[in-house]
Ligand binder design. Structure first.
Ligand code: DON
Length: 317
């Protein structure tokens, strides 16, 4: 085999998780390319230089470097967890009757549905995620937000709250998502009402987390639904498997193929600057760096995950 295909590892073999994460942080921190999301006005106000990495193993090892304790809004990373909860609450058949599990290759905010079924392509793009929020409202009514907050908090191991300023900023400017919700209603994928559904969707996107929280939430998925640090069950086992499968194929939008090729683990990004990766039965890893590329994925987050995947041998294949 041509050994030049694989660059020499930056961290000598045998070093543990903490050393690899620290090296990765140092090697990727100098990249300041990309730009803050500004289509939600409040997101343009964050400090662009923040950078943190956290990892939590299912055995309970916790590593955190840089700004891993700085809070930011979870945004689209919430879509993975909301899908997991909808599978539990509404059941697999009903969820699949409203939203597909097929990668779309489209941008996160694309206004495209599957022409054959009238369903959004998958629960990771906005159209699919709004459909999922609609299912939670349909089944839980006014309790839906508390349910989401309770389960997200159980996975994070601490009480999470909504950033009201970011919520309002998105709600006041979300003409595109509002348009998508109306189209979903006319297609029959959304029956819970546009306003109640978007209220839940915008609030779930505005939940404040740190990279440390996301790493614990990821470790909970890696540990098939049970938070490995607290022993609390946050998600149903079957739903976790389905969620990780969709994160693997669709979590990075129109970068999902490249990500699967280079990094090779289920992941989800958010325009708040977070990326969550899950190494099944092993690790939750999260990065926070709010400068994004043109697809809405964190630039330094992608660089750090590429490096971590190489150094820790994370790739599934
Ligand atoms: O719906 C939106 O546009 C945002 N609340 C979330 C988008 C997002 O995070 C896309 N991810 N990279």
């Amino acid at each position: 085999m041509d050994s030049s295909l694989h660059a020499a590892p930056a961290v000598p073999a045998g070093y543990g998780l903490e050393t690899v994460v620290r090296h990765t942080y140092e090697r990727t921190r100098t990249d300041t390319s990309g730009a803050l999301a500004d289509y939600i006005p409040e997101l343009a106000l964050v400090d662009p230089d923040r950078f943190g990495i956290a990892a939590v193993s299912v055995e309970g090892e916790v590593v955190s470097v840089g700004d891993a304790d700085v809070a930011f809004t979870i945004q689209s990373i919430s879509k993975a967890f909301a899908f997991c909860l909808a599978l539990e609450v509404a059941g697999r058949e009903k969820v699949l009757s409203r939203v597909g599990v097929e990668p779309s290759g489209d941008a996160f905010n694309a206004i495209v549905f599957d022409a054959e079924t009238n369903r959004p392509f998958n629960p990771m793009v906005n159209a699919g995620a709004i459909t999922v929020s609609g299912l939670l409202v349909e089944h839980l009514g006014a309790d839906a937000l508390d349910f989401v907050l309770d389960r997200f908090s159980a996975a994070a191991g601490r009480r999470l709250v909504v950033d009201e300023a970011v919520f309002r900023s998105e709600a006041e400017t979300a003409h595109r998502n509002r348009g998508i919700a109306h189209l979903l209603t006319s297609a029959g994928a959304l029956t819970a009402g546009v306003d109640a559904t978007l209220d839940l969707y915008f609030r779930q996107c505005s939940i404040l987390v740190t990279a440390g929280d996301l790493a614990r939430m990821g470790a909970t998925l890696a540990n098939i639904g049970e938070n490995p640090l607290t022993g609390t069950t946050a998600f149903a086992v079957d739903a976790v498997r389905s969620t990780l499968a969709v994160m693997f194929t669709c979590g990075m939008y129109n970068f999902a193929g490249n990500w699967a090729f280079d990094v090779g683990v289920p992941a989800k990004s958010g325009v708040g600057g977070g990326i969550l990766g899950v190494v099944n039965r092993q690790l939750g890893i999260a990065t926070y760096s709010p400068r994004l590329d043109g697809r809405g994925n964190s630039v330094r987050g992608i660089a750090a995950f590429r490096e971590l995947a190489e150094e820790l041998g994370l790739h599934l294949f």
